[in-house]
Design a protein around this ligand. Structure first.
Ligand SMILES: Cc1ncc(COP(=O)(O)O)c(C=O)c1O
Length: 367
């Protein structure tokens, strides 16, 4: 594995973290960059100052959208070190996304090393407040200036990090979800399994109209029959039947292989739940919420971890779950997962990687 060059950077010694951190609005002093060209292969990987990118206006990413990204987090432990949570799964998914979009793979070991080094150098940016963390955003973009629709011959792989607060301003409170019939997100065989910006761009118009109806997220139905539940916004979704059974839609080829979803599938049986991956139609789910068979629903994703659903809105009708309160199953899963992530709970699954924060950084201190 090629060694990462660490350039001196003028550090902001005491970062000004705004009271309302929000999600991905502030960025730290440094970033990782690694360029690729078909002729020369990968160049020297570098961690240097956070900076604007100089990208040719004809760069393929800006025209064909040949671009992928991912997202994971570093959590502050009570001893001051940081924990990464299953970040190697994100490295693997990053390469699967790249493959789907006809892009070169990155060296997964180097990518993981870059994440560890970057968060260790930027640890002062991890906010010391409840439920806050450092969000890690790796990106791969096609930089060759070419308008032809074909694979670019040049790429930039970079990683930026951002101190984040809880994803939803209201914290662990139920969200309202708008069921989309007119707009679909992804189709089997398409790019729904890849984390590529087009999937998210396609969700913006409908998410804005959902917001006008006081819904924070959109529930996506399958693109062919517009009947089966896929996922919710940038989260996978699960439903609780009674108080001991959890069901989530299977990986259909159209939805993202969520790391949080996979963690819930592995955790739930150890907590005494029956876990089922099964296709669920919106009509069946609506009926089961109305007759009380479904007692809770929740989204699963890195940003919110577990987001209880309190209300579904569909074609002028609405239905409430658990009296619009967060339910005990969502709460238990949230507590167990965040307990492991923040190092408050024993990690018997080997999911966390500890990153020491006491290493000496190569920096030029700001006055
Ligand atoms: C479309 C979509 N589904 C599900 C997820 C949840 O995945 P994860 O748990 O890996 O964050 C995400 C977030 O990355 C997403 O963007």
């Amino acid at each position: 594995m090629t060694a990462i060059r660490i350039e001196p950077v003028v550090e902001n010694l005491s970062p000004q973290l705004s009271d309302e951190l929000g999600f991905g609005r502030q960025f730290t002093d440094r970033m990782f960059m690694h360029r690729y060209s078909e002729h020369e292969g990968w160049g020297e990987p570098t961690i240097g100052a956070y900076q604007s990118l100089v990208v040719d206006p004809a760069a393929a990413a800006l025209h064909c959208g040949q671009m992928v990204f991912d997202g994971t987090k570093a959590y502050r432990r009570s001893d001051g070190d940081l924990n990464l949570f299953r970040a190697e799964q994100n490295c693997r998914r990053f390469n699967r996304s790249a493959e789907r979009m006809g892009m070169p793979e990155v060296d997964e070991n180097l990518h993981f090393e870059a994440i560890k080094t970057l968060v260790s150098l930027e640890h002062r940016w991890v906010p010391d407040v409840e439920d806050a963390s450092l969000y890690i955003r790796p990106v791969l973009i096609a930089t060759e200036p070419v308008l032809e629709v074909r694979a670019s011959r040049e790429y930039l792989h970079y990683i930026i990090v951002s101190p984040v607060g809880p994803y939803f301003a209201d914290g662990f409170n139920p969200i309202a979800v708008y069921v989309s019939h007119d707009h679909v997100r992804a189709v089997r065989g398409g790019t729904g399994e890849a984390k590529t910006p087009g999937n998210y761009a396609a969700s913006i118009a409908i998410s804005e109209s959902a917001r006008e109806q006081q819904c924070q997220q959109v529930l996506w139905l399958d693109a062919l029959e517009r009947r089966y539940i896929d996922e919710v916004g940038a989260m996978n979704i699960a439903f609780v039947y009674g108080d001991r059974e959890i069901r989530t839609p299977p990986l259909s080829g159209a939805i993202l292989h969520g790391v949080t979803r996979d963690s819930v599938i592995r955790l739930a049986p150890d907590l005494g739940y029956t876990m089922n991956e099964s296709r669920m139609s919106i009509d069946e789910v609506w009926r089961d919420i109305e007759n009380g068979t479904i007692t809770e629903a929740f989204g699963m994703g890195t940003a919110a971890v577990i987001a209880p659903v309190g209300r579904l809105v569909m074609q002028g009708r609405e239905v409430t779950l658990n009296n619009h309160q967060s339910g005990p199953v969502a709460r238990e899963l949230y507590n167990v997962l965040t307990g492991i992530q923040y190092g408050r709970r024993e990690d018997s699954y080997g999911w966390t990687t500890r990153v020491a924060t006491n290493q000496i950084s190569s920096s030029a201190a700001a006055d």
